[in-house]
Design a protein. Structure first.
Lengths: 296, 296
């Protein structure tokens, strides 16, 4: 099976589970469920859930145990996009070719849909330990990984510095801080939490962490490159928006050629990290290449 | 000791703990810590933490175990106020006589400070179970109570309906839904989670739930009454804002006299719920009277 077919298959399995966690209720607050679903099913690639489940699988774990966590991660990712698109933040009208949440439901409901998804992520994870049916210690550790990566010392911290850097020239360290916290942090947590739930050895967890740090950063630098020279049809959004918004990016600070070579360096190191594990690392390695070497 | 002195003492203990969970870091995202602290230490009465600790004490539990949960509750309460005050929601410039978070830090940072506090609440609670040092089952149950009460079927659900009801005439059922979900829900969770951590018997938990439902609703109806006929000096905000905003309230739907008698009825029932427990219920009973029969 080609990687693209494999990813489609995995995406469909995750979407089916997400449907279970996000039903529509006809309660008086019904519109919030519609609003959360609108953004949740707006064409996301489910990369974080796919990474989490793959890491769990890689260490020989039971993917069914990791599934609610994979869904919770996607809820956290989606809430962060909804809030990020608000007029008070990036002020984006479109995402993946569709109107952003607040353009459809209004700013107030979009704020609440984001809050609702963040809270639902924790409800979803906590529900997996309520009966202490097994592996509770691993699950708690996974929740801690995810909560720290999502919080003020992780993703939210990155968003704060991103917001403070609007229309400003920033230096390489600041850009690295933003990329690492805003994007890589949750990707690292996806991989680590999946591995922890799957019962990873210390050696496996260490290798996977190195793998995830590389692809987390590589993924974001690739995004920066694509925004500059990508094919609009392939990336599904306008090229040049960072330039237009005077947003500092990896290419704007370090140049395009260095950025491209940095991506290759990160990809190589992510693959090297998993080399000792032979064949069972194949999917994760292919995934790294797919994420980091997207078309440009 | 008078109740007011006792409450001040308890507030000081809680504030000292909150300081521990909300330090200032000089990281690049440092301003988010200032922003979260600004709203956290803006004069809140810590009613939810006080209720939680009192419920834990009532059932003979160890208050130290409940303390991080009490702080987490206050973080959740505070995040909900920050988001509620935003222009996209209630659009309030002042709260407790001080500028609201977004008036000081801007809308973007206020959104992130709210997100940060919600996430920190879960980080704080999860940290208490990371070493499985004891009572983990009770703690997980308490987290579930809190997460459900805060989410789309609880507090957020109430905020959604409140938002949808802006500038509309609503019926009694809708108002009850808003009051129950937006206000009572988290108050009930405060009491129940504290009791659960303290090791409540079924009988104790049932009585405390009845107590909390009554004061949760009574507290909000009293708020509605105070907004209509309160003493501005005593309540610390302008009287008549609900009328001015054409906001439906308990008195506007049911009349002032019925509202007053409803408060007394709820208070009586909250006290009756704890009657079988004799002296050890004294503080909770006094607290009910304090919360529900504030000056008007």
């Amino acid at each position: 099976m080609s990687l693209k077919t494999e990813l489609k298959k995995r995406l469909a399995v995750i979407d089916k589970e997400l449907e279970v966690f996000l039903p529509i209720y006809s309660d008086p607050q019904g519109v919030i469920f519609e609003s959360m679903r609108y953004s949740m099913f707006a064409g996301g690639k489910r990369l974080r859930p796919i990474l989490m489940l793959a890491a769990c699988e890689f260490v020989g774990g039971n993917k069914a145990l990791a599934m609610p966590y994979a869904c919770a991660l996607e809820m956290i990712h989606t809430y962060s996009l909804i809030h990020d698109d608000l007029p008070a933040m990036d002020d984006d009208d479109y995402r993946r070719g569709k109107l952003t949440n607040h353009k459809v439901y209004g700013d107030g409901l979009a704020i609440l849909a984001g809050d609702g998804l963040l809270n639902l992520a924790y409800e979803t994870m906590l529900n997996t330990v309520k009966d202490f049916t097994g592996f509770s210690e691993r699950k708690i550790k996974a929740m801690l990984e995810i909560s720290q990566a999502s919080g003020v010392h992780g993703m939210i911290g990155g968003q704060v510095v991103d917001l403070l850097s609007e229309n400003k020239k920033i230096d390489g360290d600041t850009l690295y801080f933003i990329h690492y916290h805003k994007t890589a942090s949750l990707i690292i947590a996806s991989v680590r939490a999946g591995a922890i739930i799957g019962g990873a050895s210390d050696e496996e967890l260490e290798a996977l962490t190195r793998y995830a740090k590389n692809i987390g950063l590589g993924f974001q630098i690739t995004d920066d490159i694509l925004d500059l020279i990508g094919d609009e049809k392939k990336i599904g959004k306008k090229v040049g928006s960072d330039l237009q918004n005077q947003k500092s990016t990896f290419p704007s600070i370090y140049g395009l050629e260095y950025s491209k070579s940095k991506v290759i360096e990160l990809l190589d190191d992510s693959i090297e990290a998993l080399q000792p594990f032979g064949n069972r690392a194949t999917f994760l390695m292919e995934l790294a290449e797919y994420l980091v070497k997207r078309d440009y």
